[in-house]
Design a protein around this ligand. Structure first.
Ligand code: SF4
Length: 448
């Protein structure tokens, strides 16, 4: 990694040392029917792994975590634990600080990998069936690992040069470094999962795939970010948030930008705005069309951005990107917004004002891969989301299973991991019960 980026993006939460981890693990009450485990989408046995840390059995702790979640190292860094396991911890009811579950999980996983630990195999016999997982994000990786552990021949197919999806390209570096994402994926490769770089984008490539593989898992995520559809929205100084984050993580970071406007108020907008501060911008604003109560970013992310010095402009809508005579991006013309009597958001005419900036970063959501999904025969898609059987992950084309963002519209890494594993078990069952019908007629499906 670029040394300059490494210097500017130290860990947001430094790792626990051995003593601190043991002290923290001894605070856990080992609850029966632990609510923290129920709140984890992958249902990690939280009291179980914490107890092992307390007794010094770090290897046992890590392997127990891996049984539930093969991407446990990255999840320990990127999970919004405040609203999942730690949010459910009974300590809140005792007016005490929740157990630092994320930090303890990270401690167990990093100790394990630092000692050369690998994902434990289960001694399953090799099976002849071949499975393709399209996309190399968390859902596909979890699906692939589970199937490989059960003996199947698994190939992960990805169009980008590196696997990992948003874990590799799109998570703020102070939460998860690209190198750590890739190290974790290497463990899955070492299980015997094959990784192939190829674009699966049209009917012809899908037909070839269907001939080669017995089942296909769709872990394709979402498509490109929505474009800023205003005059000047295609100026080179308008760079979408995912492109901006990927550039500083893996390419050339945009240094020397003095003032930045980020449009949108989700977690990706926060990541981009904080990154702009860390990259040296003196003036970083997040601009949002409603108020603070309406943002989709988590409260702790919002607080973090404020602490890093990001300003927020509420009730504001961008209207036009303004450039200087020599074509340089100069400012963003905006208007004020409000809710009318019917509760609809409206722009206030004659409320125009300019926000000076050198760079505009839209973070206004990703579009679904509608064209690609519609090229899959018999696949039911609703509002851009693949419909699946909730219990098995099977789609309306029984050869295909799906999970992750292309099903849920964009949730957490841990949700994608849970989806991928569920689909893997669904695939295994489909061979056992032969719930496969090449006619691709519709089955009962619902959103995941
Ligand atoms: S809820 Fe809190 S105290 Fe109870 S088992 Fe989970 S982490 Fe430990």
């Amino acid at each position: 990694m670029n040394a300059e980026v490494e210097r500017r993006f130290p860990d947001l939460h430094p790792a626990l040392g051995v003593r601190a981890a043991v002290v923290e693990s001894n605070r856990c009450l080992n609850c029966f029917d632990a609510p923290c485990t129920a709140a984890c989408p992958t249902h990690i046995d939280v009291p179980g792994f914490i107890k092992k840390i307390a007794s010094g059995n770090l290897r046992g702790s890590a392997t127990q975590i891996l049984e539930a979640n093969v991407l446990a190292a990255s999840c320990s860094r990127v999970c919004p634990v405040e609203v999942l396991c730690e949010g459910a911890c009974v300590m809140h009811g005792r007016q005490e600080k929740a157990i630092a579950i994320g930090q303890l999980q990270r401690f167990a996983m990093e100790s394990f990998y630092a000692k050369g630990g690998t994902i434990p195999t289960r001694g399953a016999s090799e099976r002849p069936e071949k499975i393709a997982c399209i996309g190399a994000g968390p859902a596909s990786l979890a699906c692939a690992a589970e199937l490989k552990l059960q003996g199947f021949q698994v190939t992960v197919i990805e169009r980008r040069s590196l696997p990992g999806g948003l874990n590799t390209y799109g998570v703020a570096e102070y939460k998860l470094r690209t190198a750590d994402s890739l190290r974790e994926i290497e463990m899955i490769r070492e299980l015997g999962v094959e990784f192939r770089t190829a674009e699966i984008g049209d009917e012809a490539s899908l037909l070839t795939l269907e001939k080669e593989f017995d089942r296909v898992f769709l872990g394709v995520g979402l498509g490109a970010m929505h474009r800023l559809e205003i005059p000047g929205g295609d100026h080179p100084g308008v760079v979408d948030a995912l492109e901006f984050i990927a550039a500083y993580k893996l390419g050339e970071p945009l240094l020397g930008v003095a003032s930045v406007v980020v449009i949108g108020a989700g977690n990706t907008a926060i990541d981009a705005a904080v990154a702009a501060v860390r990259l040296g911008a003196a003036d970083v604003k997040i601009l949002y069309r409603r108020d603070a109560a309406s943002i989709s970013a988590f409260d702790f992310e919002f607080e973090h951005a404020r602490q890093e010095g990001v300003d927020f402009l509420w009730w504001t809508l961008p209207r036009m990107v303004e450039t200087s005579d020599d074509g340089e991006l100069r400012s963003l013309t905006c208007v004020r917004t409000e809710l009318n009597d019917a509760g609809q958001l409206v722009a206030l005419e004659e409320s125009e004002f300019a926000v000076q900036c050198d760079l505009v970063i839209p973070a206004i959501g990703q579009s679904p891969l509608v064209e690609f999904l519609s090229s899959i025969r018999g696949l039911q898609v609703e509002r851009g989301r693949v419909l699946i059987d909730r219990a098995t992950g099977q789609t309306s084309n029984p050869k295909y299973f799906a999970g992750g963002d292309c099903v849920n519209g964009g949730r957490e890494v841990v949700d994608a991991v849970a989806d991928g594993k569920r689909a893997a078990l669904g695939i295994v069952t489909s061979f056992a019960t032969n719930t496969f019908d090449s006619s691709a007629s519709g089955t009962a499906v619902s959103h995941g």
